[in-house]
Design a protein around this ligand. Sequence first.
Ligand SMILES: O=C(O)[C@H]1O[C@H](OP(=O)(O)OP(=O)(O)OC[C@H]2O[C@@H](n3ccc(=O)[nH]c3=O)[C@H](O)[C@@H]2O)[C@H](O)[C@@H](O)[C@H]1O
Length: 482
Amino acid sequence: MPASSVVDAAAKGVKLDRHGGAAVLLRRASGANKHLVSASSHLLFRATVLATLALVVLFTLHYPSLISHSFHLSSSSSRRSSHRSLLGSSSSSTSYRGATWAREIRRSAAPRRDGGLSVLVTGAAGFVGFHCSLALAARGDGVVGLDNFNAYYDPSLKRARQRLLATRGVPVLDADINDAALLARLFAAWPFTHVLHLAAQAGVRHAMRAPQAYVASNVAGLVSVFEAAARRADPQPAVVWASSSSVYGLNTDAPFSEDHRTDRPASLYAATKKAGEAIAHAYNHIYGLSVTGLRFFTVYGPWGRPDMAYFAFARAVVAGDPVTLFADARRDFTYIDDVVRGCLGALDTAGKSTGSGSSGKKKKKKSGPAPLRVYNLGNTSPVPVARMVAVLEELLGRKANKRVVAMPANGDVPFTHANVTHAARDFGYRPTTSLEVGLRHFVEWFVRYYKIDNANAASTTTTSAAGKPRSKRKSTAMSAAS
Ligand SMILES: O=C(O)[C@H]1O[C@H](OP(=O)(O)OP(=O)(O)OC[C@H]2O[C@@H](n3ccc(=O)[nH]c3=O)[C@H](O)[C@@H]2O)[C@H](O)[C@@H](O)[C@H]1O
């Protein structure tokens, strides 16, 4: 029988089978063995397809989060190789649900050392959140991160941080702190002992361009986190969150102490951070929530924020673009590793929340008032911004095209200077990194990450010197090496 006839017979068989079954097919085939073989193979084929479909349906019902790619976990983690990657970079947080998802959360959140913490880190793909998450995971604490990956600065840098965290077993969910339902599901999935709340709208001067973003993140978002921690979580976690040196505003007493006035913010950014400190007081008072606010002082370092001056200036120096310096500005630049030690110290000493939270009703406090703390995390040695640029010039082996202007009325303050005696007393905080050393670490990362040829730099040659740039300028193009 020609091949076309076999195909015809098989086609007929399908048709007949639909109407009369295999017996009709067998009669019409009138003993032709080839037809019999063809028909029975066809039946076998159909049975296999049906069985496969049934299996797919069963699998889908059993593993919904796998099918929807809704949850991010490391695919390359050495410690957690059993975690298959569910990284889906643009998934909606509303799909973070289900039994498998909750199991994955528990697996990442569980500490791997005796007495370890279990920390929900908001803003985990941000600069400080990324470094703190790495440090917590490295010492065996359980960590689950979340971040909304907004475009305030290059989201690809946040994605690169997310990928690196994944290799350490820290998932970073694509989620917004204003998603109350998701926060409730996270606390239902696992009793986090701590929340390190670092998600925020940063940037002092940008607040004049996008004021509502600061209200949405730094006020509404903070309330959302406090609501979840105080009223949805049972037991309540302790919350450590990022306030800012900017709350000192127009204060002129120096160095800035936590006892100084903070009721004269100079920017909307500062005002929202100050509002956050007042909101923290209310949640501590009403719900017995343990809350620690950390006033960061111009934190810098590898994997930093491209919107900050040291980072933007480094890019401008490499590109040969102008650098605008606000005359006489000084900052208490604080290196990231020092700040991370401060954050972990604050978490370790946070003290327990004492209210009862799951029903949202205020019940009798379990053991008196919960801690309410605020600390400066600065470097204690302000440096002129012009000096910061000079160090960058040295490290990059290129001269900046400087333009010095009077400080505009944009919310900036002329100087910051931290007194850190409270943090030193309560958790041994002692910053040890000079601006020169810290910027060297930053530049080493910066040239590697953006694949910049830095052959002229002081750090890699013995002949270049600040003020004596080489005439030969190297490539100015920057591309991320992530
Ligand atoms: O400690 C904080 O609470 C804040 O620190 C950081 O704010 P700032 O201290 O203002 O840092 P950053 O912008 O790097 O400007 C540094 C210096 O460069 C000067 N500066 C800035 C821009 C410019 O074009 N020229 C210039 O001279 C400028 O006058 C300043 O003296 C965080 O961004 C903020 O989110 C918050 O965390």
